[in-house]
Design a protein around this ligand. Sequence first.
Ligand code: ASP
Length: 275
Amino acid sequence: MRAIVLHGGLSIRRELQEHVEIYAQKAIEMDTALEAVVEAVRLMEDDPLYNAGTGSNMRFDGSIQMDAAVMIPGDFGAVINIEHVRNPVLVARDVMLHSPHLILSGDGAVSFARMRGYEYYDPTTERAREKREKTIKKLKMGEISQYYHPEFFRELLGDTVGAVAFFEGEIAAAVSTGGTSLTLRGRVGDSPIPGAGIFAGDKGAVVATGIGEEIIRRMLSLSIYSRIGDDSLEKICEEEIRKFGDIPVGVIAITSEERCARSNMVMPHAIVTRD
Ligand code: ASP
């Protein structure tokens, strides 16, 4: 039995739902759970509609820094604030499989990517540029009085991507994001932090999306993972999401028996299973 769950971040854009369904069907054809989650995230990174890889959000200063991670039971790989690569998730996978480290950041992550043969790539899109300009204008006009106000974050979030899979006993998770927009250069969200935006172990896998700062504070993915088996996966996810109140958040999770996608805002997602 194999199953995969994908999410396309917190977003009401209908195209994202359609695309995520197509990518889930493609990813389930891969040979292993790790290959499946990496392929699912790679496809979404290459799709400019998502805030990951091409289409990533910009920082205040106009730069694009991306985070990505992969996790399997007992191993982990991540890149933090990587720039000028097309597929951060492939570099994160290589950190796990082909380096002695688990996490590489900034310039070091870029150098490692070049060493592995990933060429210079500019992930900037017109949409990301417009989003940054629009938000700066709103800030200047005082429309958003407090940067960390949930209302403000609601506008900045979205379209981050993630996947969890269970393939014949194998478990894997992957995530990729351009971060919330706008943030300071150097900001790190939950996505590449094990236990926060991603967790995978023998019992299952969890990936989160939403306001990274809040997800880290609550170690959301680990909180859900550590409760697996105590209740139904749906109930656990729902209860953990409820703790966020109106702070935007979503999760996807998988075990050998169950799979779910839960959020307190619209979250495009797809669940595909095969016997
Ligand atoms: N969680 C991501 C971050 O804070 C953003 C998102 O999920 O949309 O970087």
